[in-house]
Design a protein around this ligand. Structure first.
Ligand SMILES: NC(=O)C[C@H](N)C(=O)O
Length: 284
């Protein structure tokens, strides 16, 4: 089954075989490239997690944990989900800023518990299925093709919901106030005056956080207004980050030069050289 999803991630194929649950993950490494192979297994070996997605606010969430001694085994943006689960149970879903589908297995309880969730608007895909002859076995997968031979009932996992094996049911966690616009009552439709500055800043912020990557990224450019705007913001933000890195390097070299001996370490000089040529290439 996992092989059918291999195209989703060239970087790692991982499998966890638990008491009653098997989890497989095909990874496209984006954050915590060297350490974040999945499924992630907690320090005590009792929480297991597979995620498709990016958690943009993972640094802030980590800082906000009640248990500041929580052991992080990787630099993955996704690991914080396991720690949030310990502190907030399913309320964790509302704390994530990102695009994600995940399945979390809790083997510290008997019977073991499974939580699955999908991001608020369903940016990432997730399907749930079962076979009517063995309905107690539940399948989850990012693509239908992984489970369609095993299951005769398959549904798209509803966005903004989590599923809990304790209740065998879905619950909506995403309940923004503007959602009431669906009620059909015109009074429930927000009618704030348009604020173009806020609109621009929100768009910039949305693009900025999506640039969170330790690997090269690209923008699919159609030439239309939306993708051109996004590409322009992404290019500007990327340049800002590159300039800030350049300034930090220069400051480091200067500090070293002024620090008495005037000796420039070969590493620092090489670093400057590489960085300057990289910056030149970027502008070509
Ligand atoms: N790419 C993913 O879906 C998981 C995680 N964000 C990673 O970088 O490995």
């Amino acid at each position: 089954m996992s092989k059918k999803l291999r195209h989703r991630g060239p970087d790692w194929s991982g499998t966890y075989v638990g008491k009653e649950t098997i989890m497989c993950h095909e990874r496209l490494a984006i954050v915590g490239v060297d350490s974040g192979a999945q499924p992630l297994v907690s320090d005590d070996g009792k929480t297991i997690l597979a995620v498709n997605g990016e958690i943009y606010n993972y640094v802030a969430l980590r800082k906000g944990l009640k248990n500041q001694d929580a052991v992080f085994k990787t630099h993955s943006d996704c690991e914080v989900i396991m720690h949030l689960y310990k502190e907030h149970d399913t309320d964790l879903c509302n704390m994530l800023d990102g695009m994600f589908s995940f399945v979390l297995l809790d083997e510290s309880v008997t019977p073991s518990r499974v939580i699955a969730a999908r991001d608020p608007i369903g940016i990432t895909t997730l399907y749930q299925g079962y076979n009517s002859k063995t309905p107690e076995t539940i399948f989850f997968a990012s693509e239908l093709k992984a489970i369609n031979e095993e299951c005769d009932v398959i549904t798209a996992f509803p966005p903004g919901h989590f599923w809990d094996s304790r209740t065998n049911s879905f619950e909506r966690y995403f309940k923004p106030t503007w959602w009431q616009g669906d009620s059909g009552n015109p009074a429930d439709i927000p009618h704030n005056p348009v604020d173009y500055t806020l609109l621009r800043e929100t768009l910039e912020d949305a693009v900025r956080k999506r640039l969170m990557a330790e690997v090269p990224y690209g923008v699919l450019l159609s030439g239309g207004l939306d993708s051109s705007l996004i590409a322009a913001i992404a290019a500007r933000e990327t340049e800002k980050v590159a300039n800030a890195q350049h300034e930090r390097r220069e400051a480091k070299i200067k500090a070293q030069e002024q620090g008495g001996s005037g000796y420039k370490t070969p590493d620092l000089l090489h670093d400057r050289e590489c960085f300057t040529s990289a910056a030149v290439n970027k502008h070509d």
